[in-house]
Design a protein around this ligand. Structure first.
Ligand SMILES: NC(=O)c1ccc[n+]([C@@H]2O[C@H](COP(=O)([O-])OP(=O)(O)OC[C@H]3O[C@@H](n4cnc5c(N)ncnc54)[C@H](O)[C@@H]3O)[C@@H](O)[C@H]2O)c1
Length: 252
């Protein structure tokens, strides 16, 4: 990634689900900007390894393990990161889980669990961090949506319902906190080749379908999303709020 955003240096950034996949690319991208990077993840081993690697390279990094379906645990983790790295003025609501769930198998508990992993924490992370941003005179929140609901994917109605709901969250928070200088945007990735996608879903047939649907024919990678997130976090995007930014190689 070539771009350097001087205003991101020494900013405190918090990334959820930062231990692997797109979140890891986002953590690495902010660390390369000289930001102070806090991240949370369920996967303590991967999170600790990434934090150790980036700290050894001179980064100001703090990892806190937590299951963000537990809002009290998420709030504690955010408190730890704030105490270590200072008030947070960039939040990237990235964590999610795209487990498939055929409609007949869904129970009320599973419904609640999918909303908890894919939507609820985005609101509560913002709620915990907005006072930091208000005191600082502004900030940027980037919420990960997905093209899945725009493209009309089946097989995971609660994931797509959560990802479309992110847009309502973004537009309301942008309205309420715009006067405080806080920008709130959604990013909707197309199919991004993370380890999980490669391991679980990338069959030759699915790859051929991807190539047919995308205008750009290459496979998209986590850095394609991280570079958009950096831009939206930076004041270079200072007039951009309440929008959904699709990065899908021209799929939808
Ligand atoms: N990869 C894609 O093709 C794609 C497409 C559209 C949208 N997205 C969105 O991008 C974001 C990142 O996706 P990804 O593909 O990198 O996912 P991933 O599964 O590769 O990584 C998600 C990270 O979140 C963490 N996480 C999951 N559940 C958690 C929990 N309960 N508590 C704490 N951490 C938890 C995981 O441990 C993992 O490190 C998600 O919001 C996803 O919906 C991804």
């Amino acid at each position: 990634m070539a771009a350097i955003y001087p205003d991101l240096r020494d900013r405190t950034v918090l990334v959820t689900g930062g231990a692997s996949g797109i979140g890891e690319a986002i953590v690495r991208a902010f660390a390369a900007q000289g930001s102070r990077v806090g991240f949370v993840d369920l996967d303590a081993g991967a999170g600790e390894r990434l934090a150790a690697e980036l700290s050894a390279a001179g980064g100001q990094i703090r990892f806190a393990a937590c299951d963000l379906r537990d809002i009290a645990a998420l709030q504690r983790a955010i408190g730890e990161i704030r105490a270590a790295l200072g008030p947070v003025t960039v939040l990237v609501n990235n964590a999610a889980n795209d487990e498939r769930h055929p409609t007949p198998t869904v129970t009320p508990d599973y419904f609640d669990d999918r909303i908890a992993v894919n939507l609820r924490h985005q609101f509560f992370a913002a709620q915990a961090i907005l006072p930091d941003m208000e005191r600082a005179g502004g900030g940027s929140i980037v919420c990960m949506s997905s093209i899945s609901w725009m493209a009309g994917f089946g097989g995971m109605a609660l994931y797509t319902a959560s990802k479309s709901a992110v847009l309502g969250l973004v537009r309301s928070l942008a309205r309420d906190y715009g006067p405080a200088g806080v920008r709130v945007n959604a990013v909707s990735p197309g199919w991004i080749m993370t380890e999980r996608q490669l391991a679980l879903w990338l069959t030759p047939e699915a790859d051929a379908m991807r190539e047919e649907r995308q205008a750009l024919k290459r496979r998209l990678v986590p850095d394609d999303i991280a570079r958009l997130v950096l831009f939206l976090a930076s004041e270079e995007a200072g007039a951009i709020t309440a929008q959904n930014h699709v990065a899908d190689g021209g799929w939808v």
